[in-house]
Write a protein that binds this ligand. Sequence first.
Ligand code: BGC
Length: 375
Amino acid sequence: MKKYTILFISIILLICNCQNLKTGSDEEGKILNDQILESATISNGSGMEVKVINYGGIITSIKVPDKNGNFDDVVLGFDKMEDYLGEHPYFGALIGRYGNRIAKGIFQIDGKIYQLAQNNNANHLHGGIKGFDKVYWDILKRKTDDGQQIILQYESRDMEEGYPGDLSIIVKYTVTEDNQLKIEYKASTTKKTIVNLTNHSYFNLEGKSQNTILDHKLTLNANEFSPIDISLIPNGILQNVAGTPFDFTREKSIGKDILLEDEQLKFGGGYDHNFVLNKDKELSLAARVFEPTSGRIMEVFTTEPGIQFYSGNFLDGTLKGKDRIAYQYRSGFCLETQHFPNSPNQPNFPTTILHPEEIYESTTIYKFSVLKKGP
Ligand code: BGC
């Protein structure tokens, strides 16, 4: 823990010494929950802009151009940063220590049983009652050779939400000149623990989140997915997508098969499943989404073995977001890069154990572009 605090301080000193950098936030911080709520904005030369707050490391907006050069915000959320302190379904948030579900919140390391917070019926979801989405992170902004960057840092205490070990986490958000939002995660622990970090942004590439995402066209670089049980926990089998509604190996509208009679769609209430990525190299293309009206394309690259494709099935019109829009059923989708849900209880899934002598590292890129109109 000390090591990381020192590292973080050195980064700050280094930055302060050498760059025309702006540390801290855009706005006057607001004192809420006895903490100062702050935001920071990063952008590039062509106008792409990403805004993040220190509460939950939440991405509150991503502004990118459409095929006519008009900029829209393509993520769901709120206009006022203090609204993120209330109840919402993880809009834009950093998720940890463990993304998605752990059955009954129980897992073992070296024969020792750990009981995590149970916040999703009897199960553990997205890091528990007060996961990384609900804590204040240290935040600073700087310039790098890659582009403007926000660095977030958080020290999670031993047994926080039931997880062993002090965990030091650093997350970097960078906006590059070629319209990538790059997210880099690093963590280290003082005791053997489990880690699976992700980001929970809800996208609507049309930029009009009053409309559903069902006409967005999705391609997933995944020949297999993880079928779930009724409580949305993978049953341990990896199933080939061929001949199922889960086949996105060729571009298909999200809505094309979503209403088919299918047990897995029924259990998920739509798509809410982990896809097993076909990996050729470390950082590789996981997903591509094309929205025909705006011409926007989003590609997702990751070093992770899986991606949770969630079609916004729990949005139900009760939550009013930006511009007072009531977020309707399936008006946003998530593509959460990750290790598979419930891995600590599935020995055939890639391990999520982090040892004290190791560094957890993971990178995900959301890259935005447009398909121009023909000549
Ligand atoms: C999960 C959903 C959950 C949602 C939270 C997704 O990552 O897979 O089951 O409801 O997050 O809003």
